[in-house]
Design a protein around this ligand. Structure first.
Ligand SMILES: C[C@](O)(C(=O)O)[C@H](CC(=O)O)C(=O)O
Ligand SMILES: [Mg+2]
Length: 297
């Protein structure tokens, strides 16, 4: 246990790792597995909340409540600092302020707030629309002003690269930093040189989103560190792998009438119990019952 606030724990992890890998945890149990294998920071994907918890596409259809509920489940199950995708903040300045307060209350360490229009898209899809730089700066100011814990970490995401190019995106990133953002999420850039330009042109840590099947090649942490990136995000990697495994299992059972050929794909009961610390709970239960029966005799 630690007395540091979630935001302070995020900052500590960032200071200790160059770059800091941040892995997506689609639910509480995934967060526990990521923590158990030694990761230092977790992520809750907005696309993931939409897809996994609601069966919806990543098109701005989920709400603050949807995301904060999933965030709370993760912060209750894992100690690691959690970065949460708050999309566009779900409204104007007052809504953004409420979003930040709710995230802090949920034990979240960090959020990223983006400059797409409310009817947003996945950052790696074509035809994204962004708000003006002035409007994005107002969003950032509203978020900065709302935080209670000065260590709560605010990442401003810009989707400007696709439509306006590198120079405009870097300029926008700098405006966000001036408005108080702690770091910049440079979304859907294409090359290591693009990342280098962000890192050299912006006086704040840069986050690289290394999501699969998108516009950004799967650069390694070493490659990204060499050009100056400070955080590397894997938003949906484990989720995509779980989905592929689950689909294979559903198909096999449907086709064959048994699951014998896919048991190898599965995590065993022992492994599950290990991550959950199941036996400690059972021992506690046994001890409680023992005491009760002692009293009864
Ligand atoms: C990071 C992201 O915002 C997310 O919601 O996880 C997505 C990821 C993805 O769709 O692959 C994004 O990059 O827009
Ligand atoms: Mg998202």
């Amino acid at each position: 246990m630690t007395s540091l606030t979630p935001g302070a724990r995020f900052r500590k992890a960032l200071a200790a790792h160059h770059p800091l890998p941040i892995v997506g945890a689609i639910n509480a149990y995934s967060a526990m597995m990521a923590q158990a294998v030694g990761h230092h920071a977790l992520y809750l994907s907005g696309g993931g909340v939409a897809n996994a918890s609601h069966g919806l596409p990543d098109l701005g259809m989920t709400t603050l409540n949807d995301v904060v509920e999933d965030a709370r489940r993760i912060t209750a199950a894992a100690e690691l600092p959690l970065l949460v995708d708050i999309d566009t903040g779900w409204g104007g300045a007052l809504n953004i302020a409420r979003t930040i307060r709710e995230m802090e209350r949920a034990g979240v360490a960090a959020v990223h707030l983006e400059d797409q229009v409310a009817q947003k898209r996945c950052g790696h899809r074509p035809n994204k629309e962004i708000v003006s730089q002035a409007e994005m700066v107002d969003r950032v100011k509203a978020a900065v002003d709302a935080r209670h814990d000065a260590d709560f970490y605010l990442v401003a995401r810009t989707d400007a690269f696709q439509k306006e190019g590198l120079a405009a995106a870097v300029e926008r990133a700098n405006a966000c930093v001036e408005a108080g953002a702690d770091a910049i999420f440079a979304e859907a850039v294409h090359t290591l040189d693009d990342y280098r330009a962000f890192c050299e042109g912006v006086d704040a840590p840069i986050l690289a989103n290394i999501t699969e099947f998108g516009a950004t090649p799967l650069f390694t942490q070493q490659e990204l560190a060499e050009v100056g990136c400070r955080m590397v995000l894997y938003p949906l990697s484990a989720f995509r792998a779980m989905n592929a495994a689950a689909l294979t299992v559903y198909r096999d059972i449907h086709a064959k009438g048994h699951q014998r050929d896919v048991v190898e794909l599965m995590q065993t009961r022992d492994e599950l119990y290990e991550f959950l610390d199941y036996h400690a709970y059972e021992r506690k239960l046994d001890a409680l019952f023992a005491k009760e029966s002692d009293r009864g005799e």
